[in-house]
Design a protein around this ligand. Structure first.
Ligand code: ADP
Ligand code: MG
Ligand code: ZN
Length: 333
């Protein structure tokens, strides 16, 4: 069989997998740390990861699909702007193609993820689907009337930079009050740091018990607070970590209600690293959606990505397959 290498490029990790034409993953996906020490280092690291994936493949690799965080000009294969990556106006598709010698397509990471979920995941067969990828930042993807929606110049679907709080927290994009500043892994870490700081200074509300926040404080003092470590603690039932997740979840709910009112989707799919929290994250957000969105939009289903954090990899591979088929079609007499 033949495969595409699907590559999902985020602010924390570069995930790669071999993707069959039906969206199946062949073999193990690999995950490398995103190198963010400047654009040259980032590109070298990425090319190294792709080269290893191609070399290790036991299947024939026909091409490469890149899904990258940020605004993307997919026709030119460039990353225009990306708040959590050290790149600007970067011709990423050309750079990777020249280094590896295979055809390369580039799209936004969450566009790829929503496409994968519609083709082969939780939103299979649906025509109106919104996706949020909650990772280092918050990515967005839109399938409207059955088609991936990219806008006039590739900037559409940056749902993470929807303002949910005018004048609020500073976002990685440099603006204030974006959903990303409240509902990302980075935001979960920041929320937990705030709780740990308060606990460290003895500022715990009455009735919370003497153990409250001790786990977060310990992690904080060991410099080990991250979205992941807070999430793990919350899943173990730690009350303070649970409250940090709850805060993030309520902001997520505000975002869901806005998106439901704008797009009236059948489903909103939630992926990215935070989606490992499952219903602990989704339930409070769903309730806000139900309570605050207009009818009938508030009835939208809210689901965890069925492909989990592999949605971006699978979607990037599927986009490469589509390009491959359209080139084959054009080439036929
Ligand atoms: P990227 O942003 O590179 O696409 P991910 O989607 O894996 O990568 O997201 C990474 C972010 O998700 C980090 O902030 C990390 O701390 C957070 N994260 C990863 N796993 C969990 C988890 N189980 N619970 C909460 N947050 C998590
Ligand atoms: Mg990602
Ligand atoms: Zn922003």
């Amino acid at each position: 069989v033949s495969v595409m290498v699907g590559v999902d490029i985020g602010g924390t990790k570069v995930a790669l997998g071999l993707v069959g034409e039906d969206g199946s993953l062949h073999g193990d996906a690999r995950e490398d740390v995103t190198l963010t020490g400047g654009d040259a280092v980032f590109v070298e690291g990425l090319i190294g990861s792709v080269r290893r994936a191609v070399a290790e493949s036991r299947e024939e690799v026909l091409g490469i699909g890149l899904g990258c965080a940020g605004t993307i000009d997919s026709a030119r294969g460039t990353v225009i702007e990306s708040p959590n990556l050290p790149v600007r106006d970067l011709p990423l598709a050309t750079l990777v193609r020249d280094a590896i010698g295979l055809p390369v397509v580039l799209d936004n990471d969450a566009n790829a993820a929503v496409w994968a979920e519609v083709q082969a995941g939780a939103a299979r067969g649906l025509r109106h689907v919104v996706m949020l990828t909650l990772g280092t930042g918050v990515g967005g993807g839109l399938v409207l009337d059955g088609r991936l929606f990219r806008g006039a110049a590739g900037g559409a679907g940056e749902l993470g930079h929807m303002v949910v709080m005018a004048g609020g927290e500073v976002c990685a994009c440099g603006r204030r009050g974006c959903l990303e500043a409240y509902a990302s892994g980075t935001a979960l870490q920041r929320t937990a740091e705030r709780i740990a700081d308060a606990v460290g200074r003895g500022l715990v509300e009455e009735g919370k018990g003497t153990d409250y926040g001790r786990g977060l404080l310990r992690l904080h003092r060991q410099d080990r607070l991250s979205g992941e470590s807070v999430g793990a603690l919350a899943l173990e039932g730690d009350a303070a970590a649970g409250n940090a997740v709850f805060e993030v979840s309520r902001w997520l709910g505000v975002g869901l209600a806005n998106l439901a009112n704008v797009f009236n989707p059948e489903m909103i799919v939630v992926g990215g690293g935070l989606s490992r929290l499952g219903d602990l994250l989704l339930e409070p957000a769903r309730e806000i959606l139900r309570r605050t969105a207009l009818h009938p939009s508030g009835d939208a289903q809210v689901a965890i990505a069925e492909l989990r954090n592999a949605a971006g990899v699978v979607g990037a591979g599927l986009v490469a397959w589509e390009e491959h088929r359209s080139v084959a079609r054009v080439g036929r007499p």
